[in-house]
Write a protein that binds this ligand. Structure first.
Ligand SMILES: [Zn+2]
Ligand SMILES: [Zn+2]
Length: 285
């Protein structure tokens, strides 16, 4: 295939997402932490940077230097704990000073500054060792709220406010490209901001929880998590209200055992007639 054809094929790539990590805060050998890669044409965005994100990016042939931006839904540890790995790998693989764009809710600058501070000793070692590496990692941080955060001929990215209180503020991201729309929501209960963002989207990716199962666990700290996550039923109801095409369940709590997918899908289908996908690591939609 001539090089130009390959290039055109990549330019024509429709809006799509890969669930890089579908895990929750508890470590799991089969699920990385929350992170989703969104591809629009030749542009790539990472939504959240949970445990193992760089490994999962590598699994789909993407390196941090290939990302246009990192978008954070909120600053809970499970969604940001490998941001430092993204920052370091982006930095050491850049051929020239290149700031990594990081968008997120209020507080993102503090987290980014903290990550850079934590990496300080490593940065000094590498600067001292490599003659051709003369710049420290740089982050182009934008704290954003509801509204359009990117709009050009090719792509529109819209931020919606979600409700994960007492965590404030929290965001979901809607990508529009090539006549399609895809929403990546972080942890949230159903709310008007999410409904509005999801309206008519082709794909809606939602972190979900099974309250019936979580209530069985004799640990109050775990039961507390019911307060601020969408249950599978609530995610399905949001999908139905917003008229989305496909609902994708991710970040399942508690971690489903092998073979449980059908049960989770059946719960969603009671409230939503569209397609429902049970997310596993590297599921593409
Ligand atoms: Zn989470
Ligand atoms: Zn959270």
């Amino acid at each position: 295939m001539p090089a130009s054809t390959v290039q055109n094929a990549e330019l024509d790539r429709p809006l799509s997402a890969v669930l890089l990590g579908t895990g929750n805060p508890l470590p799991d050998p089969h699920r990385a932490g929350p992170a989703t890669l969104v591809t629009a044409g030749t542009r790539r965005f990472l939504v959240d940077a949970g445990r193992g994100v760089c490994m999962r990016l590598a699994a789909v042939g993407v390196l941090p230097v290939m990302l246009e931006a990192v978008l954070l839904t909120h600053l809970h540890s499970d969604h940001i704990c490998d941001l430092d790995d993204v920052v370091t790998t982006h930095w050491i693989m850049s051929r020239a000073p290149t700031a990594l764009a990081v968008l997120g809710p209020e507080g993102t600058r503090r987290v980014a500054d903290g990550a850079l501070a934590m990496l300080g000793p490593d940065v000094s070692y590498r600067l001292a060792h490599h003659a051709d590496l003369t710049w420290a990692p740089e982050l182009d941080v934008r704290e954003v709220g509801p509204g359009v955060v990117l709009d050009d001929a090719d792509l529109r990215v819209v931020v919606g406010a979600t409700d994960h209180r007492p965590v404030e503020s929290t965001l979901a991201y809607r990508f529009e490209h090539g006549g399609r729309a895809l929403v990546v929501a972080g942890d949230t209960v159903p709310c008007p901001g999410l409904d509005e963002l999801c309206a008519g989207a082709d794909v809606y990716i939602q972190t979900v929880l099974r309250d019936d199962l979580v209530r069985l666990v004799p640990m109050q700290r775990f039961v507390d998590t019911i307060d601020y996550h969408s249950t599978v039923e609530q995610a399905a109801q949001t999908a139905a209200r917003a008229g989305v095409g496909t609902l994708v369940l991710t970040h399942q709590v508690p971690t489903p055992p092998p073979g449980a997918a059908e049960e989770w899908l059946a719960l969603a289908r009671r409230h939503f007639d569209g397609a429902v996908v049970f997310g596993e690591d590297l599921t593409e939609v």
